[in-house]
Design a protein around this ligand. Sequence first.
Ligand code: THU
Length: 137
Amino acid sequence: MKPLSAVVIRRLETAARKAAKASYSPYSRFPVGAAILTDSGKVFTGCNVENASYGLCNCAERTAIFTAAAAGERGLRAVVVYTPTKTTTAPCGACRQVINEFGPDAIVISICDGKERTEQSLSALLPDAFGPKNLGR
Ligand code: THU
């Protein structure tokens, strides 16, 4: 797989920062924005959407991935997560599992308002993942 160009990565990062502005996070006060790149080259974004029934909160990454899936997209190449914090935030365990469904080879980039920037493969974040292959798919 060809590495992502700096232009595409910058586009994703800008989109993730913008997506966080729509975050609905009155309970945690922890806004998150995500931008994903699909195999077809499209960019989808999402933010975290919380609920008074706390267990129903949805992370920014899953909002973006489900939006892409609902648009018919399947393959996932990259996920960018932005938090307006001093240090970066990696996707939670549930989101790692959802990323694995569509992008077992995806790269995951976390950015913040500080200098820190992390970039790692989904397989490093979720080694020995359970996924479609376990069900013969
Ligand atoms: N959250 C995300 O949206 N993505 C992450 O990677 C970590 C956590 C959200 C869920 C919840 O709305 C808030 O951050 C605090 O956990």
